[in-house]
Design a protein around this ligand. Structure first.
Ligand SMILES: *[C@@H]1O[C@H](CO)[C@@H](O)[C@H](O)[C@H]1NC(C)=O
Ligand SMILES: *[C@@H]1O[C@H](CO)[C@@H](O)[C@H](O)[C@H]1NC(C)=O
Ligand SMILES: *[C@@H]1O[C@H](CO)[C@@H](O)[C@H](O)[C@H]1NC(C)=O
Ligand SMILES: *[C@@H]1O[C@H](CO)[C@@H](O)[C@H](O)[C@H]1NC(C)=O
Ligand SMILES: *[C@@H]1O[C@H](CO)[C@@H](O)[C@H](O)[C@H]1NC(C)=O
Ligand SMILES: *[C@@H]1O[C@H](CO)[C@@H](O)[C@H](O)[C@H]1NC(C)=O
Length: 380
């Protein structure tokens, strides 16, 4: 194809995707950080349906024919073809192609955080999911905005992204996870009591505002404040990634956390994702015919990690209540939360994400670890 034509085509497809994204955003159910209560917006009626159809079929990359393998039938671990692990080989060509395509939608080095130069205290931000609600940039948040991307010039050969599924329990994967050059964890998940199965090492960890409530009792008393502070201090130098502007309701919790960080000069590098990150990530997956409602933190991390990592290994990704042998699996390895993805109120489409990742695993673009590891730290 001549370059001009390709450019035009790409422009056209991008436009369609933007329309589709706007359409879909209107449909996204909100998950307020307060109480998990969700409500549905109906703005999508304002947009004509044909756009959705057209964009859904646009696939400028035709790179990974994901849609072919991603079956949208009901969530069931039996649907996922066996993940071969003993003969998995990394496909560097494919991984490079995926990186290149993701870079068309977002630059993770930039979108991983808003920078200091772009905002000032008192600036008003519209929440990504609750567009009609706003928040002000507080003095504390401003002080903790990075001046340069916390991932600037970072390149790693092997990265691990650790999801929080109970599939990790009794896996003995700790040493193997820690052997990676860069380890990403989600939602400030505890490691201390579980290090045999999940490892210690943390280079980047995410923290949804709701974690302050769910895991640290909204810091109601000294004891919980101490626990929270200890968890933050244990991060020594890691990137703490706080999606502060996704959904309304979390501003107080973010503020408490930031105040503690400043007060105790906690050694973390705070990062606050750009307002366009989520839409761009969804745009990438939609263009590959993966119709996620709202990407989970895990998928967001994978999408961003492609920028910084050669080989990406995923642990603790398992959105099913039974393991491949039919034994029960906890939703999180560390708490008693129950599976909610099947309920229509959940904004995530975890089984679909999992099938997508399984497909990428089979193609050699990433490696999903769902079994046990041997104690020597060698992959099984
Ligand atoms: C998807 O799953 C359904 C039900 O299990 C099956 O009938 C169908 O053939 C599957 N499609 C593909 C493309 O695998
Ligand atoms: C999954 O498959 C196994 C055997 O392949 C079977 O014993 C089990 O009942 C199936 N589970 C479900 C939920 O379909
Ligand atoms: C890898 O193993 C799986 C099942 O164990 C098998 O279906 C597949 O053909 C193997 N692939 C290669 C390249 O050997
Ligand atoms: C790696 O991926 C590329 C691009 O999808 C494909 O053309 C190639 O055949 C793959 N290589 C192997 C060894 O599977
Ligand atoms: C947010 O900023 C607006 C405009 O600067 C101001 O009127 C409002 O009082 C601020 N709200 C808070 C909570 O600081
Ligand atoms: C892990 O192993 C211990 C000891 O063998 C056992 O009691 C426990 O039930 C296992 N937990 C899971 C989730 O398999």
């Amino acid at each position: 194809m001549p370059l001009v034509f390709r450019t035009l085509l790409f422009g056209f497809v991008t436009l369609l995707v933007v329309v589709l994204i706007i359409d879909d955003i209107a449909e996204v159910e909100e998950e307020t950080a307060n109480n998990g209560h969700s409500k549905k917006m109906n703005l999508h009626q304002l947009l004509p349906k044909p756009h959705r159809q057209a964009a859904a079929h646009a696939d400028p990359t035709t790179l990974t024919r994901l849609s072919k393998d991603v079956n949208r039938s009901s969530p069931n671990y039996n649907n996922t073809a066996k993940l071969s692990s003993n003969n998995w080989t990394f496909n560097k060509t494919l991984s490079n192609l995926i990186r290149k395509n993701i870079l068309r939608f977002l630059d993770p080095e930039r979108d991983i955080s808003i920078l200091k130069g772009t905002l000032k205290p008192g600036d008003i931000i519209h929440y990504v999911f609750d567009r009609h609600s706003t928040t002000n940039i507080s003095e504390n948040l401003y002080r903790l905005l990075p001046t340069a991307s916390p991932m600037k010039n970072q390149h790693h050969r092997r990265c691990a992204i650790v999801g929080n599924s109970g599939i990790l329990l009794n896996s003995s994967c700790g040493p193997e996870i820690d052997s990676h050059d860069f380890v990403i964890r989600c939602n400030l998940a505890p490691v201390e009591e579980y290090y045999r199965d999940v490892g210690w090492r943390t280079n980047l960890v995410t923290m949804n505002p709701s974690v302050v409530q769910r895991a640290f009792q909204d810091l109601v008393n000294e004891e919980w404040r101490d626990r929270f502070l200890q968890r933050l201090q244990s991060l020594s130098g890691s990137v703490l990634w706080i999606p502060a502007f996704m959904a309304k309701g979390g501003e107080e919790r973010v503020e408490w956390a930031l105040r503690l960080i400043l007060l105790h000069t906690v050694d973390v590098r705070t990062a606050f994702p750009s307002l366009r990150l989520l839409h761009a990530v969804r745009g990438y997956w939609l263009t590959n015919n993966v119709h996620i409602k709202r990407p989970t933190t895990g998928l967001l991390m994978y999408t961003m990690a492609t920028r910084f990592c050669e080989e990406i290994h995923l642990y603790g990704f398992w959105p099913f209540s039974l393991n491949p042998q039919g034994k029960p699996v906890k939703y999180h390895y560390y708490d008693t939360l129950k599976y909610e993805y099947t309920s229509s109120s959940s904004p995530h489409t975890m089984p679909l994400e999992f099938r997508t990742l399984s497909t990428l695993h089979r193609q050699g673009a990433l490696r999903l670890h769902t079994g046990t590891c041997d104690v020597e730290g060698r992959p099984q």
